[in-house]
Design a protein around this ligand. Structure first.
Ligand code: ADP
Ligand code: MG
Length: 662
């Protein structure tokens, strides 16, 4: 436990807990986000203005102390014979007795010119006798835990922890990998840049290797490539296609053909359908369901939210009625009795639509021939496998709107065929996106009123409010919708929706919104995926800085689904450079792949590629884009070992499987 470390008391421990660090192992696995090279010291008159400099100098006079509105200011002049620099600190009055005239200190901080003089604001400092030329780690720290304190405890932790090698010797030798202990030490306190790179390479290898190993094992256990069922083209296929409310796009036709070919083959279908938001994946699902049912099989469709499951259910029920195909809904919010009746009668049901409630053990099918997972990225890997395990080698389709980079696709769907719907239905007017500050509310609201006047509807999205957050800064859904309906939107039909509401309540509101009985839906991100209300044309996103690009793109995808021109308004007062860049991309592009790509460049990982989005644990060190080379090596190795996974890596598997596969 972190409390066992010398110098860590309850208070410090509590701060570490906030970072998710409980044990000493957690601490040493809290890898630095970057390093600073402090191996050389510059002379004061050689300092680079506007940049961070590392200097050593003597305190040349007694510190000055003066009150300011930011707290007590202590300023101290440091000289090294070549020049002088003033270091300024706020709110730390005790520093006046730290800086004793004549003593040597090491300062590290950004230098500015103030009235022609050098000045460093709140630099890091230490007594010069403690200074050691080194490469210094910088850690992610969200709480009041200084870099200095983390570093000091990290150094202690590294001294006491017993680090055991976990990769087989054979791999270490074959790929010239640094030993684990050395790697952990060097990832924190590298002696040279090269030792850092070697350490990183080793840890990236380990991380990707363990992840891939577990996924390989899982795939083997579930044997996805299997003899399946051969399904034939139904006689009334064409009349079914004619019953769809639109003509299929070229891309939809192509993907349908790919699926039909799979379904009619000897092997079970195992296909990922990728298509940007609004590209029309539901229709593809409907066609596949039809084919399965006409061949005498049951089929199931799973969606990540109640709202979406119900929406699919209603669409399919309506569509299939005329073909005498019955559809049932199974979600967490149907009553116990309804559920019991459904399960008793499940053999007479052709298609079951539901949420992850479908995965419960007591849900068993008689003759399941096709399973479809919609918005697949919202489910964990294990859930994907569990779903297909409900039948005997059923055809498997997974649908996703999240553009997946090749790297991640290889990790996650290495065993799947991929179809891409790369065309939007015709007649769509591109969505106009604007990023504005809260100063624009008057104009936004009157813009909304104009559109509501023309019969359209609007979404207003507020970020989810976490318990410990200051409520007043963020608009909470309930309060905000009340406020709006009593002021600017008095007389309008305003409703709200959030995740904590009862399922039946959510459904009712969503149905009324879809039926055009609500003008403005104030909601959290529960409407983020899949929801389809083509008459809604304005998407207003509050505190847009709180959302990642992937999320903004998904949310925006709720509008622009019909023939009317649609708008997305991103409201944010944030001055943060990253945020501004993100919002700018949203204004410039509506193409999910372009946005994802920019996201990647901007943030290395980006939230499109955040592994969490895809049901995998967060990577501690590997970057799924830049570490592609290592990934390939790992995959080649595992491919070679695939028949001896248990023999060779049994203990690794045992230790990590639970952790890695959620
Ligand atoms: P997503 O791929 O995001 O799941 P949906 O299947 O919900 O997209 O379809 C988005 C909207 O486009 C829906 O209103 C749907 O009725 C409509 N749509 C789908 N395919 C076509 C098409 N070929 N022509 C016209 N509209 C279509
Ligand atoms: Mg969809």
């Amino acid at each position: 436990m972190i409390l066992d470390l010398k110098g860590v008391g309850e208070q410090t421990a509590a701060k570490f807990y906030k970072l998710g660090i409980v044990s000493i192992k957690d601490l040493v696995e809290h890898y630095p986000k970057e390093h600073e090279d402090r191996r050389s010291v510059v002379a004061i008159n050689n300092m680079a203005i506007g940049e961070v400099n590392n200097i050593i100098g003597r305190v040349v006079m007694r510190p000055e102390v003066s009150p300011t509105k930011y707290g007590i200011r202590v300023s101290v002049w440091i000289g090294d014979g070549t020049g002088k620099v003033k270091a300024v600190f706020f709110g730390q009055p005790y520093l006046k007795s730290t800086f004793i005239v004549g003593e040597l200190f090491n300062f590290y901080g950004k230098v500015m010119l103030n009235g022609g003089k050098f000045e460093m604001q709140s630099p890091e400092f230490q007594k010069a006798c403690n200074y050691t030329a080194m490469i210094v780690p910088i850690y992610a720290s969200t709480v009041k835990l200084s870099q200095k304190v983390i570093r000091q405890h990290m150094a202690n932790a590294l001294k006491v922890i017993d680090i055991v090698e976990n990769l087989p010797q054979e791999l270490l030798e074959k790929y010239k990998l640094m030993g684990k202990k050395e790697a952990i030490n060097n990832i924190h306190f590298p002696v040279t840049p090269d030792s850092f790179f070697q350490a990183r390479r080793r840890l990236v290898f380990e991380e990707l290797f363990l992840l891939q190993l577990c996924l390989y094992k899982l795939k083997q256990d579930f044997k996805t490539r299997n003899e399946g069922t051969q399904k034939h083209m139904p006689d009334d296929f064409n009349s079914f296609i004619k019953c769809l409310p639109f003509q299929l796009t070229g891309a939809q036709k192509r993907v349908t053909a790919e699926i039909l070919k799979d379904m009619s083959s000897f092997y079970a279908t195992n296909r990922l359908i990728q298509g940007d938001v609004g590209s029309g994946k539901t229709a593809i699902a409907a066609i596949s369901l039809f084919v399965a049912v006409r061949n005498g099989y049951q089929a199931a469709l799973m969606a990540p939210t109640e709202v979406l499951a119900r929406q699919h259910f209603e669409f399919l029920e309506q569509l299939f009625k005329q073909f005498n195909i019955n559809v049932a809904l199974l979600t967490g919010s149907i009553t116990k009795k309804q559920k019991r009746l459904l399960l008793e009668d499940i053999n007479s049901i052709d298609i079951v639509v539901g949420t992850h409630a479908l995965l419960e053990d007591n849900v068993t099918f008689n003759n399941l021939g096709l399973v479809i997972t919609d918005e697949q990225h919202r489910f964990g890997v294990r859930q994907r496998f569990k779903f297909s395990d409900k039948g005997v080698h059923p055809d498997v389709l997974v649908m996703s709107a999240t553009p997946i980079p090749r790297t991640l696709a290889l990790i996650l769907y290495g065993d799947m065929d991929i179809s891409v719907i790369d065309e939007l239905p015709p007649g769509r007017v591109p969505i106009k996106t604007n990023a504005v500050t809260t100063g624009y509310y008057d104009r936004i609201f009157s813009f909304m009123k104009t559109h509501i006047g023309e019969g359209r509807q609007c979404y207003i999205i507020c970020p989810m409010v976490e318990e410990n957050e200051k409520l007043e800064e963020l608009k909470s859904v309930v309060e905000y919708s009340n406020e709006l309906s009593e002021s600017v939107f008095k007389g309008y039909r305003v409703e709200h929706l959030h995740g904590k509401m009862k399922g039946s309540q959510k459904n009712e509101i969503m149905e009324r919104f879809a039926g055009g009985e609500v003008d403005i839906l104030v909601s959290t991100t529960v409407v983020e995926v899949g929801v389809n209300v083509p008459n809604a044309t304005i998407m207003l996103i509050e505190n847009a800085e709180r959302f990642g690009l992937a999320q903004l793109h998904q949310l925006r995808g709720r509008v622009g689904r019909g023939l009317h021109e649609s708008f997305c308004i991103l409201v944010s007062d944030s001055k943060n450079k990253d945020t501004k860049e993100r919002l700018k991309i949203m204004q410039q592009s509506t193409d999910g792949f372009v946005i994802a790509d920019t996201d990647l460049k901007l943030r290395g990982g980006g939230d499109f590629f955040g592994t969490k989005q895809h049901g995998l644990p967060e990577m501690k060190i590997a970057n799924l884009y830049t570490d592609m080379e290592v990934l390939k090596i790992v995959q080649a190795q595992l491919e070679q070992d695939k028949d001896v996974l248990e023999d060779k890596y049994g203990s690794l598997l045992a230790s990590r499987m639970q952790e890695i596969i959620l």
